[in-house]
Design a protein around this ligand. Structure first.
Ligand code: F6P
Length: 358
């Protein structure tokens, strides 16, 4: 039986490019398969509460350049562990599937990161036809070379480093920039290289404050009285733990925060320089996607619609080299992509004089 109607939802944190995926999936579905797309609002919550919005060419106009997600999102609406008003956790997965059927959906495109794609995989196992689209500004999903939103975040973080350099140079200060990246240091690494940071601290390479101090002092001795340090929120001192604001933020993850301030406190008694720490935070998640992210998102959306039309359920679209391909969802969520300390990328950064605190 041909696919006539599919649902689409966005789950987890927003990322620049989500709207471009929605736009192209809706349009590709319509043009290539005569498929109608129903937008599901606020992630899986909308599926449970039956909050839907019909999408078509007109309602997706102008979306390629818009940040956020017009469908809304949530990272607290896991149907398998849904928090009821009384605080108890309920399994509402069967309801989610029944609601999708009642809405006449032949399948569902789920755009999300690790957590959201896990839910999609489990719902798929219960009989809901699903296609996944990878999303995270952190770029830490192993099954795809890049995720959309990442290059926009890199642009924002690089711009922040350029701006901080002005103050660092003028005031002869150590300026620390804390960027996102709970488990993976991709944003810190790429922005640190592009923004010519002096020190990059990432979760994959535990740091020693003595080593950071040595870089700063070495630069001062060589006539460079300022330093620029970029630190991932998940960076860890050797033998220590990441800096958390909350051990459990309610979405199955801890909330990080304070890595930059902690480093400033550790450095303060050791160096003469004035130190300032800036947290870039959610500025990295917002804004209009850069062209690379718009194009990647468009390709992934169109390809997801094609998989749905071809009834290739249980797969996730991905970027491999120059090509858009697909992998089984189960493989897609199996492994995180972390920075390899011995990689050419890290070696290139080191070759330019950047240190990693090791
Ligand atoms: O996974 C994406 C991400 O932006 C992380 O880098 C960050 O730690 C987290 O989400 C922040 O989540 P929230 O928006 O819930 O504070």
């Amino acid at each position: 039986m041909a696919v006539r109607r599919i649902g689409i939802l966005t789950g987890g944190g927003d990322a620049p490019g989500l709207n471009a995926v929605i736009r192209s999936a809706v349009r590709a579905g319509q043009r290539r398969g005569g498929v109608e797309t129903l937008g599901i609002l606020d992630g899986f919550e909308g599926l449970l509460e039956r909050r839907f919005r019909a999408l078509d060419r007109a309602s997706t106009r102008g979306l390629v350049r818009r940040g956020g997600t017009v469908l809304g999102t949530s990272n607290r609406s896991n149907p398998f562990r849904f928090r009821a008003a009384d605080g108890s956790l309920r399994d509402r997965s069967r309801e989610a599937i029944d609601n999708a059927r009642a809405a006449g959906l032949d399948g569902l495109i789920v755009i999300g990161g690790d957590g959201t794609l896990h839910i999609a995989l489990e719902l798929g196992g219960m009989g809901l036809p699903v296609v996944g689209v990878p999303k995270t500004i952190d770029n830490d999903l192993a099954a795809t070379d890049f995720t959309f939103g990442f290059w926009t975040a890199i642009g924002t973080a690089t711009d922040a480093l350029d701006r901080l350099r002005d103050t660092a140079e003028s005031h002869h200060r150590v300026m620390i920039l804390e960027v996102m990246g709970r488990d993976a240091g991709w944003i810190a690494l790429y922005a640190g290289i592009a923004g010519a940071a002096d020190v990059i601290l990432i979760p994959e390479i535990p740091y020693r404050v003595e080593s950071v101090e040595a870089t700063i002092e070495g630069r001062a001795a060589g006539g460079q009285a300022f330093s620029l340090v970029v630190v991932a929120e998940g960076a860890v001192p050797v033998g220590g733990a990441p800096s958390y604001r909350q051990r459990d933020a309610g979405d199955g993850h801890p909330r990080h925060g304070g890595a930059g301030a902690r480093l400033a406190d550790e450095l303060a008694p050791r160096i003469e320089h004035e130190i300032r720490a800036t947290v870039l935070g959610h500025l990295q998640r917002g804004g209009s996607p850069v062209p690379f992210d718009r194009i990647l998102a468009t390709r992934l959306g169109a390809s997801a619609a094609e998989l749905a039309i071809a009834e290739q359920w249980g797969r996730m679209v991905c970027l491999r080299g120059d090509a858009i391909e697909s992998v089984p969802l189960a493989d897609a969520v199996a492994r995180q992509k972390l920075v390899e300390p011995a990689s050419e990328l890290v070696a290139a950064a080191r070759a330019t004089g950047i240190t990693f605190g090791d």
